[in-house]
Design a protein around this ligand. Structure first.
Ligand code: HEC
Length: 113
């Protein structure tokens, strides 16, 4: 019985590790290259100085990917962002989100609290 528990624990930990890796998708280096088109509005590192453009520095990557997909499908209706995401692939979105989520900003600081 003890051995069974041990095997189950190892399997469970393995599963958790796989899931943790699956969540960490996106290449921030490539995202930084792609971000040239975003910075005019969202600021160089996603810390937009103007309230019209949301700050995305330190935002959760998953959230940003969902937001970008929603602009693409029209579920989230914004003509500016719809035009921006039209040419982005899913991988582009994941890489961009990985980059901006790693930038320091108010949202990032909130996560540390
Ligand atoms: C011309 C200005 C402009 C550019 C360029 C631009 N955005 Fe945006 N972005 C906006 C505006 C305005 C909004 C808010 C739209 C709304 O109200 O939903 C927004 C919203 C977003 C959101 C949702 C933020 C939130 O808090 O929900 C994300 C994520 C985002 N943009 C990512 C990007 C990325 C990545 C790029 C570059 C590929 C980019 N944007 C380029 C203007 C821009």
């Amino acid at each position: 019985m003890k051995r069974m528990l041990g095997v189950t624990t190892v399997l469970a930990l393995g599963l958790l590790a796989t899931q943790a890796q699956a969540v960490k998708k996106g290449d921030p280096m490539r995202g930084q290259e792609l971000s040239a088109t975003c910075v005019a509005c969202h600021g160089p590192d996603g810390n937009s100085p103007v309230p019209e453009f949301p700050r995305i520095a330190g935002q959760y990557a998953d959230y940003m990917v969902q937001a970008m997909k929603a602009y693409k499908t029209g579920e989230r209706n914004n003509p500016i962002m719809a035009g921006i995401v039209a040419s982005l692939s899913e991988r582009d979105m994941e890489d961009l989100a990985a980059f901006f989520s790693q930038q320091k900003g108010d949202l990032y600081n909130l996560r540390l609290k």
